[in-house]
Design a protein around this ligand. Structure first.
Ligand code: AVI
Length: 314
């Protein structure tokens, strides 16, 4: 498959980044390492959980307002989906928007190639291409892609996984991907009661816990470390001051983790911070869009005000 494998983050850079994160006084692992093949499967399972309202609420907003959204966006666009994964969300947009081209961007190459293969069979009339990229740096799109009529689609509230400064930097990079006739269609999880949020990130079936713990298996493969998953437990807390869900892995016993040329001791109760998921009010997110170079925006939301889909234009 003609996969574009321009990956700014090479294996050795990843190694340095991971070891640096583990060596800090408050250890951390970037959430992008959740998404090995198993992590992608677990994330797909999360999206179906009763507690995880995000995906189904976003889907219901997109379905309820599909005509309005299609009219606002226009036909024959080049849709560029960031974090495309299974390409499940965009599949529905294809029916209403009927794009000429589709670029599926994701960091998980194997999963992406498989998704694109399936999508091409289903929609042979659309020019569909995969691009493997890490959204923390510039996304390099195919050179022959027309600059006009680009719609960047960034669903799922994945923007919430970036800290404020990084979210702004990403919005600014997205703005540079499109021309004046382009647009950004983005899903944003809204701020709400902490009980609803904490249940969504610590489900009764333990799928989110398995997803969080699986990052240690991925790290073991990437840096040849020896994390033992049974020594760690999943935590999800809503930090009201920062308006974000924080996921951590907490050591349930004193442990030492080693990798070639290094090691780290963790005392019982010590944590590794694995993810932030920011929850926005519409006003705060619109302000961020403005700072990122977007002027005009439309918003669709569900009746309970859980989630918002926003269309932003340069
Ligand atoms: C991908 N991202 C939007 C998810 C979220 O809700 O922040 C990742 C996730 N983490 C735990 N559950 C889901």
């Amino acid at each position: 498959m003609d996969i574009n494998t321009i990956m700014p983050n090479t294996e050795s850079l990843q190694r340095i980044e991971i070891i640096e994160g583990l060596s800090q006084p408050s250890a951390q692992i970037s959430p992008k390492y959740f998404y090995d093949t198993k992590g992608c499967e677990l994330f797909e399972a999360i999206t179906l959980l009763p507690e995880y309202y995000l995906t189904r609420t976003e889907q219901s907003i997109m379905a309820s307002y599909s005509e309005q959204i299609a009219q606002a966006v226009g036909k024959d666009q080049t849709i560029i989906e960031l974090g495309a994964g299974s390409c499940e969300k965009v599949r529905r947009l294809f029916h209403s928007i009927k794009p000429a081209k589709f670029i599926a961007v994701d960091i998980a190459s194997d999963f992406l190639v498989e998704s694109v293969r399936n999508l091409r069979q289903e929609f042979p009339e659309i020019d569909i291409r995969p691009v493997v990229a890490d959204l923390t740096s510039d996304v390099i799109l195919p050179e022959d892609l027309p600059m006009g009529k680009r719609l960047v689609f960034y669903p799922g509230s994945s923007i919430g996984n970036f800290d404020r400064q990084d979210a702004l930097a990403l919005l600014t990079r997205i703005r540079r991907l499109i021309d004046v006739d382009g647009a950004l269609l983005i899903g944003v999880d809204l701020r709400k009661n902490s009980a609803i949020l904490e249940a969504a990130y610590d489900d009764a079936a333990g799928v989110t816990a398995a997803f969080n713990l699986n990052v240690l298996n991925h790290i073991n493969r990437l840096i040849a470390s020896d994390f033992k998953l049974t020594q760690w437990r999943h935590l999800a807390i809503f930090n009201t001051d920062e308006s974000r869900i924080e996921m951590h892995l907490e050591a349930i016993e004193d442990t030492q983790v080693s990798w070639p040329d290094g090691k780290r001791y963790f005392k019982t109760g010590e944590k590794i911070h694995t993810e932030n998921s920011y929850k926005y009010t519409p006003e705060v997110f619109m302000d961020l869009l403005t700072q990122g170079g977007f002027k005009h925006s439309q918003m669709w939301t569900d009746e309970n005000g859980l989630f918002a889909v926003m269309l932003a234009r340069p």
